[in-house]
Design a protein around this ligand. Structure first.
Ligand code: ADP
Ligand code: MG
Length: 866
């Protein structure tokens, strides 16, 4: 192959690619972004665009593909969401003014954690990028949302705590220093599904940004974590390549200050994503979220992720929700104003980064116009004695500026004019005057020329290429003898001319037009820059609005769904719920079909053993208790008629691996590991929900473990616990330990059919009804009857052993007894057959039917006798 000399442009490209080897280079050529070589091969597949080549006529053509620059956002989004980075390489000089090669350079790198393309961001979701760094004996975690400017910093002694945080915030990209311990990196990669990016440990964020963000930090611990924040900011600056003026003061927090839940617990409780679809729909967040604004939605998600553990702010939220319920009309007013408020946080970011167009500014104006309205209602609430509602900062001068300067319905483009209002700027008005006059002059000129030449069809026109002209037919043109007329363009039937006078008018008009556009753009940019001064105050306004929005949403929810105000009990281990409901299931099956339940836990009997048939509602009940606790601790009312709740420090749920639909490979080992985590970390202020654990192994094995776990909790952990079990035998434990109490979900039998009451009662369930559930599920009748016969024999045997040996049956020496309980009152296996016969409606049967029916009965009878 002959060596091909590179063109200067490809040399330029290669130099860029060398600096950004891990990015797709979007190389600006005219109206396109082009990709070359390996980038082109890959991108053409991912983006489903045509692969072509450059240098087609030489031996080694360069693969190439491209996307139009005006629709690049969609392609960028696709690549980035597939986990890639895109470097935007722009022309840095105007090609029209440059001889030879245009200078090009990367102006921005777009990564999963920093993407700002509107379509790539979910309105009500944050998009976080994080950085982890080990400092001394701590791990530090810093994360931010570039689109809102929120910045956080926290620390932990164990990696697991930070992994929990990262999973909680659903981090899109994790930055780690190149000095990281390789085994730690391996651990992170194995445990976190996100995109990883590396940064030089020596990288420095700009000192002014660091100072601004860390100014407010007071604790030594936070100070110690600044090196972690520094790396995060250094990385974001390196890809964003712009001042991050909109970044807000860092929020330093301790993980243990909030209600802690493992990612497993959050996912089992379906807090923000449903188990089945992994989407918001069907989750508690989805159910709760009646917020009107994007920032309210995002803040609610943050609250749900980090419920509080402090009483005062919770009482304050409850107070506000209550007064918003009591002041229905005030709330309606607030809600209708909130509804008109756009995403202030992201608008502010766009303004700060200089991305905002005139429509964004109009959205800002319309949002700010609602503030006086909100303040009026807040003042009314305060006048009623609700002085915990604080008035919002108003932005009257800003609104006035936006009202006076901007057209109410401007175009998207900021360079094509029609943005700035008449009367805002003298010079602009003059240009516009000139434009208007110019139009008038043209009309007059046409009239004059018609009179002078006597040609009635003469007309003045304009076209983009040739500018203004006077048009007459070719026939007439041939006879025209007027030295002022200079030929400009010849068409099939017409001739076009220009005159000195027309030239002058043209210059005035075009100049005025160009100058007006330019001036409009300059004025617009100046207004946008002027707004930058208000960024911090606008951001705190956004937070206040978000909070107000959530509280209104809580109030509406409480009112529409019959929630009650919880009372906070200071004593841990104590809890009382009256007519409590599972709000999501209730909504799914309809309020009329949902059976509300009571629960009263006293501090001395904190471990509840919950029994009841499959499908009776055990899991539902346990989750609704967790929901009541969580809702209380985010400041919401709870779905019950009465709720007295303790402030809980941690919630652990563990669903038996046999029932666990959330994990493909959830094994018994994982189940035990997570059980261990709960037992080790729970305190007497925690809530434990163990749902049928121990089922993933042999019966006795599982039962023995379950008993061991229960006894350990009762003696050592002493946490408020609901332990549901199908090991009916465990209900005996309540008599042995004073801290354990039996409760059960009731069911009743009618004509051999099982009826679920979904009602919680005191005491143990009397059997587990497995066979009845199997019948409901439609298993063959002969199979069901066979099972009943087996159960009967087993129970008889157990009873005989019991009587003969006259000893209390220990749990572990009943061979082959399965978990279906052993109630000796169980009916004789013949009875279903007799019941069937008794119920048969002979009058409605044809003779043939009777024959068939009789044959079936005989069959069953024979099977029983075999
Ligand atoms: P279990 O854990 O006992 O097997 P689940 O809690 O999974 O049972 O509940 C099974 C189904 O029963 C739920 O999907 C729901 O449709 C219904 N259910 C549960 N609790 C109630 C209730 N309190 N009122 C009405 N229906 C309920
Ligand atoms: Mg269950």
């Amino acid at each position: 192959m002959g060596k091909v000399k590179k063109t200067p442009m490809m040399e330029q490209y290669d130099a860029v690619k060398e600096r950004y080897p891990d990015c797709f280079i979007f190389f600006r050529l005219g109206d396109f972004y082009e990709m070359f070589n390996e980038d082109a091969l890959q991108a053409s597949k991912i983006l489903e665009i045509t692969l072509t080549s450059r240098n087609k006529n030489v031996d080694n053509p360069i693969p190439m593909c491209g996307v139009p620059y005006h629709s690049a956002d969609d392609y960028i989004k696709t690549l980035v969401q597939a986990g890639h980075k895109v470097a935007i390489c722009e022309q840095l000089e105007d090609p029209k003014l440059t001889k030879g090669m245009v200078k090009r350079g990367v102006i921005k790198v777009i990564t999963p954690g920093t993407i700002m393309q509107e379509k790539a961001l979910n309105q009500k979701e944050n998009n976080y990028i994080a950085c982890l760094k080990e400092i001394g004996e701590f791990f530090y975690l810093s994360y931010c949302d570039v689109s809102t400017g929120e910045v956080f910093l926290t620390q932990g002694q164990e990696m697991n705590q930070l992994i929990n945080e990262l999973e909680g915030i659903q981090v899109s990209e994790l930055v780690y220093p190149d000095s990281i311990n390789p085994s730690l990196l391996e651990f992170l990669k194995a445990n976190l599904k996100t995109h990883f990016s590396v940064i030089d440990d020596q990288a420095q964020a700009s000192p002014s940004l660091m100072t601004k963000l860390s100014k407010s930090l007071t604790s030594d611990q936070a100070e110690a974590g600044l090196a972690c924040l520094n790396l995060l900011l250094a990385y974001v600056e390196s890809v964003q390549m712009q001042d991050l003026d909109h970044f807000q003061a860092v929020n330093f927090y301790q993980i243990i200050d909030y209600l802690q839940m493992t990612p497993y617990t959050k996912s089992q409780l379906e807090l923000s994503r449903s188990l089945r679809s992994q989407r918001k729909k069907g989750s508690l967040l989805w159910y709760l979220d009646r917020t009107k604004t994007a920032m309210g939605g995002r803040l609610l998600h943050q609250w749900l992720d980090k419920p509080l553990q402090v009483k005062e702010p919770l009482l304050q939220r409850h107070d506000k929700v209550q007064s918003l319920i009591e002041n229905y009309f005030h709330r309606l007013d607030l809600e209708s104003a909130l509804d008109k408020i756009y995403d202030l946080e992201r608008l502010v970011t766009k303004i700060s980064l200089g991305h905002a167009n005139a429509r964004d500014m109009i959205q800002l104006k319309q949002s700010l116009q609602q503030i006086p309205y909100l303040n009026k209602v807040i003042a009314a609430l305060r006048a009623d004695g609700q002085d915990s509602f604080n008035p919002l900062a108003s932005f009257d001068t800003l609104v006035k500026l936006l009202e006076e300067s901007l057209e109410p319905d401007p175009p998207l483009s900021v360079t094509e004019g029609n943005i700035i209002r008449d009367g805002y700027h003298q010079q602009l008005d003059k240009y516009r005057d000139a434009l208007n006059h110019g139009q008038q002059w043209l009309v007059e000129l046409q009239q004059r020329e018609r009179e002078k030449t006597g040609l009635k069809t003469l007309k003045v026109g304009y076209n983009k290429v040739f500018g203004y002209y006077i048009e007459i037919s070719r026939l007439q043109a041939a006879q025209l003898e007027d030295p002022r007329y200079q030929r400009k363009q010849t068409l099939a039937n017409n001739e076009r001319f220009i005159t000195e006078e027309l030239k002058d008018i043209e210059t005035t008009i075009l100049e005025a037009q160009d100058k007006a556009k330019l001036l409009e753009y300059e004025l617009f940019v100046a207004i946008r820059q002027d707004l930058s001064r208000h960024i911090p105050t606008l951001q705190s306004l956004a937070k206040q609005v978000a909070e107000l929005d959530i509280l209104c949403a809580f109030a509406s929810l409480a009112e529409e769904e019959n929630f009650c105000r919880p009372q906070i009990i200071d004593q841990p281990g104590q809890l009382e719920l009256e007519e409590s409901r599972h709000p999501v299931i209730e909504q799914m099956i309809g309020p009329a079909n949902f059976v509300a339940n009571n629960l009263k836990v006293s501090p001395d009997k904190y471990l509840l053993l919950l029994t009841g048939p499959n499908m009776s509602g055990k899991s539902t009940f346990m989750r609704q208790v967790a929901y009541a606790v969580i809702l209380n601790q985010i400041g919401s009312f709870v779905p019950a008629k009465l709720a007295k709740l303790p402030i809980v420090d941690k919630i652990f749920t563990r669903i038996g691996s046999a029932d666990d639909i959330s994990r493909g490979q959830s094994t018994f080992m994982v189940e035990m590991m997570e059980t261990n985590e709960a037992l080790q970390e729970a305190s007497s202020r925690s809530l434990l929900l163990f749902d049928e654990i121990g089922r993933g192994t042999a019966t006795y094995d599982g039962m023995a473990l379950a008993q061991g776990i229960i006894e350990y909790i009762a003696d050592k952990v002493r946490a408020l616990t609901i332990f549901s079990t199908h090991y009916h035998e465990l209900t005996n434990l309540a008599t042995e330990s004073s801290n354990i109490r039996n409760i059960h979900v009731g069911a009743s039998e009618k004509n051999g059919e099982l009826i679920f009451l979904h009602k919680i009662f005191d005491g143990p369930a009397d059997k587990s009804y497995g066979i009845h559930v199997a019948r409901l599920a439609g298993l063959p009748e002969s199979l069901i009857q066979n099972s009943q016969a087996i159960l009967f024999r087993l129970e008889a045997k157990a009873k005989k052993m019991d009587q003969n040996e006259d000893q209390q049956l220990s749990l572990f020496d009943q061979e082959s007894l399965d978990s279906n309980g052993f109630d000796v009152k169980q009916k004789n296996p013949v009875s279903p057959l007799l019941e069937d016969l008794a119920k048969a409606n002979l009058n409605q049967m044809t003779p043939l039917d009777t024959m068939v029916y009789l044959a079936k009965l005989q069959n069953q009878a024979q099977e029983l006798l075999d």
